[in-house]
Design a protein around this ligand. Structure first.
Ligand code: ADP
Ligand code: MG
Length: 656
């Protein structure tokens, strides 16, 4: 800008140009008239004098004397401008200056050229004195003329100078305006430039962002490329697999067709089978009905059979000799195992002769000593079956101590194997039968209880703690329709044979504990095992309840009254009373007496529901084979025989 401005400054600051002005001044100076010729020398000298100062100034200011580079600089700053003739009228270029931009202002030198005529008009002032001095003193007129010429010339010059001055002022104003315009343009340009710079910066940032994005994209591209390669590999592998699958598919399709054909064949067959199944189901239902009817018929027939045999039955069992020493037998057993004859040789009344006395007894069955537990059980299993069918069943073991009652009812301590007694065998049979009947829709629930009656007091044998609390056991019927129960007694629900065997074991333990405490109480107490059976056939809306009671009675031996004292006497009386009462109950039932003395003893009261019309009773009479036991055996057989004579009324099953 400064460079651009420099020509303008030159224009303002430079003194008015002289060189061309001199030439024009010379041309404008009034030429001396021929009327006053001057001497050649003087004239030439005058001319030379006149010219001298002008020349000198011209030389001082001339461009020739100025360093050539200064001139060149000026002209160099006027780039693209041709030097114009220094004639004012020939300066139309001034106008374009206003129209053009700063570059056009650089045409300053043309103004410089314009000012040159001013200098030229001023030049003649100095030599004028010289001219006056050369006229002779007398030539006043001439001098006057010269003076007038000078005056007019100066006037002319002043006018010119004023004009020029005005023009220059205008020029300066224009230049000033241009300058202002240029400044505005300059600041506008500066603003633009800063905008552009901002844009450039933002573009640079954008470029940076884009290049970063580019970088990211390139990396992604690389990754994508790698993935693509992987996928291409996978793709080709999949293609291979697909081809394999296609082949497999074809094979499977043909297989499918074959299978479909098979399937349709199978379907037809299946429909046929389904029809058969339906027919079979129907016939099965019919068969089940028939089976149920058969079962009911069987129960009825079974009952009839037992009735024919008698609802109270007595079996006699003779224990084998224990010490193995062959002794004289006290009995004979008749053929068909129905009759036992007690034989005793006694002295006759008339002399020393010995008489053989025979006491025959007839029972439902007599088991000789060699009979196994299984053989005995087979005879009572029909009764056990009755218990499942809904009849109350009661089995007693009667006999003197040591005759084998406990052995018959429970068996020895081992609750398995050949020697198992009637109780575990009955339990086994009941659970097996219940399992079979389940197939016909029967569901059974069992409850077990085990007690002991000693001296008319009840003791629970299923109490597991070693020192049981003294409980108050009372025989009661909760309601007229309820069965007889003992208060505070444990009635334990059981669902398997093993559970019941566990309870029998516990009872045995409890009895043996008592034995050590009180001199063999077990033989002088009645033990009563009861299994309550509740059967239900929901499908046919039939149910049955019954109680299986298995009683091991106290020893029936009669102790000489004279020998019995204190507790023993009390015991004996109690045992006698309860056993006698049992006999009385049977005879009352047999004689169809209105009154049956059930309440006279705890035992008969407890077994009230199991003795009489609605029950089946079995009595084992156990006999000791030893000859010393003859009298006791005779007593037992007589008691049993009386019971056997009882015909208790027809039993009815507890069915609903
Ligand atoms: P009770 O209970 O009548 O007093 P037990 O059942 O205790 O008599 O029998 C007395 C003894 O005789 C026991 O040792 C028992 O094992 C034995 N015994 C009883 N009956 C038989 C039998 N049929 N076979 C073998 N031993 C028997
Ligand atoms: Mg016993």
């Amino acid at each position: 800008m400064d460079e651009e401005r420099s020509p303008l400054r030159q224009l303002n600051e430079k003194p008015v140009c002289k060189e061309p002005a001199e030439k024009s001044a010379l041309s404008r100076l009034p030429v001396p008239t021929v009327k006053r010729p001057l001497p050649g020398k003087e004239q030439s000298a005058g001319q030379s004098n006149l010219r001298q100062p002008a020349n000198k100034r011209l030389l001082d200011q001339s461009d020739d004397k100025a360093p050539p580079n200064k001139r060149k600089m000026v002209s160099a700053s006027v780039v693209g401008f041709k030097p114009r003739p220094p004639v004012m009228s020939q300066r139309p270029a001034v106008n374009p200056v206003h129209k053009t931009s700063a570059a056009t202002v650089a045409g300053g030198p043309s103004r410089a050229a314009m000012k040159k005529p001013v200098a030229a008009t001023l030049k003649p002032v100095a030599p004028s004195g010289g001219t006056t001095s050369r006229r002779p003193g007398w030539d006043l007129k001439g001098k006057m003329g010269d003076m007038q010429m000078k005056v007019s010339s100066y006037q002319e010059q002043v006018r010119n100078t004023k004009t020029q001055n005005r023009e220059l002022k205008e020029e300066a104003e224009r230049a000033q305006r241009e300058l202002e315009n240029l400044r505005e343009e300059h600041s506008a340009l500066l603003n633009k430039m800063s905008d552009v710079q901002n844009k450039v910066t933002s573009y640079q940032e954008q470029v940076q962002t884009i290049s970063q994005e580019n970088q990211g994209l390139r990396e992604r591209g690389d990754r994508a490329q790698r993935e693509l390669e992987g996928l291409t590999l996978e793709h080709s592998a999949l293609l291979n697999k697909m081809r394999a699958y296609e082949m497999e598919n074809q094979e499977l399709s043909s297989l499918k067709r074959t299978l479909e054909m098979d399937l349709s064949r199978e379907r037809a067959l299946s429909a046929q089978r389904l029809q058969e199944v339906r027919e079979l189901t129907q016939s099965n239902a019919e068969q089940t009905d028939k089976l149920h009817q058969g079962e009911m018929e069987r129960r009825a027939l079974h009952n009839t059979l037992l009735e024919l045999k008698g609802n109270i039955r007595v079996f006699c069992r003779v224990r084998p000799l224990l010490d193995g020493v062959q002794q004289q037998s006290s009995f004979e057993i008749q053929p068909q195992d129905k009759t036992i004859v007690l034989v005793k040789t006694e002295e006759s009344h008339i002399g020393k002769e010995k008489e053989l006395h025979k006491y025959p007894f007839k029972f439902d069955h007599v088991f000789p000593p060699q009979c196994s537990q299984q053989q005995v059980f087979s005879e009572i299993s029909l009764l056990v079956q009755s218990a499942l069918d809904g009849y109350n069943v009661c089995s007693f073991a009667y006999g003197q101590t040591g005759s084998g009652k406990t052995y018959t009812m429970e068996g020895p301590d081992v609750l398995a194997g050949e020697e198992m007694g009637m109780i575990p065998r009955a339990v086994q049979q009941i659970f097996q039968a219940a399992c079979r009947l389940r197939e016909q829709g029967w569901e059974y629930q069992f409850t077990a209880s085990f007690l002991e009656i000693y001296n008319e007091t009840i003791r629970d044998l299923l109490v597991s703690n070693k020192t049981p609390k003294k409980m108050d056991y009372e025989i009661k019927r909760a309601s007229p329709t309820a069965d007889i129960r003992v208060t505070n007694l444990k009635y334990i629900p059981v669902s398997s044979e093993e559970e019941v065997l566990g309870l029998i074991k516990l009872a045995k333990q409890n009895r043996s504990t008592a034995r050590t405490q009180i001199n063999d109480v077990s033989s002088r107490s009645h033990s009563v095992f009861q299994l309550r059976i509740e059967g239900k056939n929901s499908a046919r809306d039939v149910s049955c309840n019954s109680i299986l009671s298995l009683v091991d009675l106290a020893g029936s031996e009669r102790v000489q009254k004279s020998q019995s004292t204190g507790d023993r006497l009390k015991e004996m009386k109690s045992i006698n009373a309860s056993l006698t009462n049992l006999g009385l109950v049977f005879s009352a039932l047999a004689s169809k007496d209105g009154f049956v003395p059930y309440r006279n003893s705890k035992l008969t009261y407890l077994l009230q529901d199991c003795l009489g019309g609605n029950s089946k009773t079995l009595m084992f009479v156990n006999i000791s084979p030893e000859i010393e036991s003859f009298n006791e055996s005779l007593n037992s057989l007589r008691f049993a025989s009386k019971v056997n004579e009882c015909v208790i009324g027809t039993a009815t099953a507890n069915r609903k």
